[in-house]
Write a protein that binds this ligand. Structure first.
Ligand SMILES: [Zn+2]
Length: 247
């Protein structure tokens, strides 16, 4: 899962207006896909807008849920078919009595038990382990992470398959770096390989998940990394640095 700065969309108000007029998410699809280099905001799998891309309504649009948010851009999650199919109308709250029933109810009183890629503090509170499983960084967010994984079924064997394979390659590159850190040429080669994986490029999945893992790997291997310059040489994307490393 990655952070999406929805306010970074140029002419956001204009786009919102257009969405309410055309009443079809296809008119914003392209813009949303560009925000994540065509990866699902929940699971970071590659999903081109022309392929199986869908939009999940974070607060479900069902008639008995939040129908007034059907064309609300900030309620949209650019998503792969799999995440959208698992999520459906699920939207658990910590306290059901606080659920908004009509459009004039205050949704900010709700305490959703579902991570939101648009919520900076949610993303700052999560991390990944070496097999690519989502884990909470803070105790307060444990229930939310557990519930999100349950709803989206992020860590089931088949859902994890591609991700754990990609993570094992990354972990092996990091370990190889540690092992051969004194061989400058070889160490640089490893850093180059790692940087390729965390570069924003169409078709590059798991960039944020990888970055989150690398950051925790730094912490875990702190003493072993003394005297090496991997920290300076890893090229984290700017928005990742700003949101995740500065908190
Ligand atoms: Zn997904």
């Amino acid at each position: 899962m990655r952070y999406i700065d929805i306010n970074s969309i140029e002419n956001l108000d204009e786009l919102q207006l257009r969405l309410k007029e055309c009443r079809n998410w296809s008119c914003v699809k392209e813009v949303l896909s560009e925000l994540s280099q065509k990866t699902c905001w929940y699971c970071e799998h590659y999903v081109p807008a022309t392929g199986y891309a869908e939009v999940d309504h974070w607060r479900p649009k069902a008639q008995n849920m939040y129908p007034w948010l059907e064309f609300e851009l900030k309620n949209y999650i650019y998503s792969c078919k799999c995440c959208n199919n698992k999520k459906l109308n699920k939207f658990p709250l910590k306290d059901e009595t606080k659920r908004a029933k009509i459009s004039t109810d205050d949704i900010s009183k709700e305490e959703p038990l579902l991570l939101n890629p648009l919520n900076k503090s949610d993303i700052q509170s999560i991390c990944y382990d070496m097999s690519g499983r989502l884990v909470p960084k803070k105790n307060e967010i444990r229930d939310k992470v557990r519930k999100t994984k349950e709803i989206l079924q992020l860590d089931t064997t088949d859902r994890l398959a591609e991700k754990s394979k990609a993570f094992s390659v990354l972990c092996s590159d990091l370990d190889t770096y540690l092992q051969f850190k004194s061989n400058e040429e070889f160490a640089n080669e490893m850093i180059k390989k790692i940087n390729e994986k965390i570069k924003y490029e169409e078709g590059n999945p798991f960039v944020w998940s990888f970055c989150m893992y690398i950051e925790s790997w730094f912490k875990e291997n702190d003493t072993k990394l003394v005297g090496t310059n991997i920290r300076e040489k890893i090229k984290f994307p700017e928005d990742f640095k700003e949101v995740y490393l500065n908190n």
